[in-house]
Design a protein around this ligand. Structure first.
Ligand code: DHB
Ligand code: FE
Length: 278
């Protein structure tokens, strides 16, 4: 049976792509952000996962406003980037773990999640940049993308996203693939890109949320989507990917490393690496 080794979560600001392309990782602006990933590289070198299930939100590349699934699961042989990374060179296609995709899809539908199944799927900065951040020298894992709508209202509730994560976790653990699976969630933390509150950041809430994911993972499910927008900004609701990730990892975790840095572009940039304890 497959085993979930842990969960990795990070912000996915497009400007990261430009910084990587231009080799700016050691510049004063970027160093506090990129340095946060170094202990995670070490952990990944030791643990060596085979597969990544990635919760992320598409920003209008694969789904536009005319067709917006609440939850969508990739079941494609490969996932290409059609560049929305503000300068990252076009990345090699990501290889799909199709048998796990279908196993997850079967399980989610049996558990009464009405998902969209994507046998073709393009991935944007929210998918490509975290992969590059966690594996700067090339991606050694096959992937299953799971998309959660945080772009067009109405959005799924925090509780529902946590439950989705739990169901994905159950599916992975019951897959006979005998592989090590890492769960990744990308987005957040607090940010708002437009409107009267453009530039809004809420450090106390972000830190409390990060802390909750270790020992009290359901803490954020007490909030409605509108409360989360109020507390974290219109795009800060991308933290739903972090909740889904923690739902999938389930049980007790060990904090491998966390990082929080303000700002990267308009965003409070957070990163967490949690190891699943048996
Ligand atoms: C920014 C952050 C995002 O999450 C995103 O999808 C696009 C832009 C930003 O802060 O620039
Ligand atoms: Fe985003």
């Amino acid at each position: 049976m497959a085993r979930i080794v842990g969960g990795l979560t990070t912000s996915h600001v497009p400007a990261i792509g430009g910084a990587i392309a231009r080799g700016l990782q050691a510049e004063p602006y970027w160093k506090p952000f990129f340095d946060g990933f170094l202990p995670v590289h070490q952990w990944l070198d030791e643990v060596k996962p085979d597969v990544a299930v990635v919760f992320y939100n598409d920003h209008g590349l694969n789904f536009f406003l005319d067709k917006m699934p609440t939850f969508a699961v990739g079941a494609a042989p490969e996932y290409r980037n059609a560049d929305e990374g503000w300068g990252i060179p076009t990345s090699a296609p990501f290889h799909g773990q199709q048998d796990l995709s279908w196993h997850i899809i079967e399980h989610l539908v049996a558990r009464e999640f009405d998902i969209t199944t994507c046998q073709e799927m393009l991935v944007d900065h929210a998918f490509t940049l975290p992969m590059k951040l966690f594996w700067p020298n090339g991606v050694p894992v096959t992937v299953v993308p799971v998309c959660i709508n945080t772009v067009q209202f109405p959005l799924p509730s925090a509780r529902r996203c946590y439950q989705l994560g739990q169901a994905v976790g159950e599916a992975v653990r019951s897959w006979d693939g005998d592989r090590k699976v890492v769960v990744i969630g990308t987005g957040g933390l607090s940010h708002q890109l437009d409107g009267e509150r453009a530039g809004f950041i809420n450090k106390p809430f972000d830190l409390k949320f990060m802390e909750s994911l270790v020992d009290d993972p359901e803490w954020a499910t007490q909030y409605s989507i509108h409360e989360l927008v109020e507390k974290t900004g219109t795009q800060g609701v991308e933290l739903l990917m972090w909740l889904a990730t923690r739902g999938a990892v389930a049980g007790r975790v060990r904090k491998v490393h966390t990082n929080y840095h303000i700002p990267i572009s308009n965003t409070a940039a957070g990163m967490m690496a949690l190891e699943a304890l048996a």
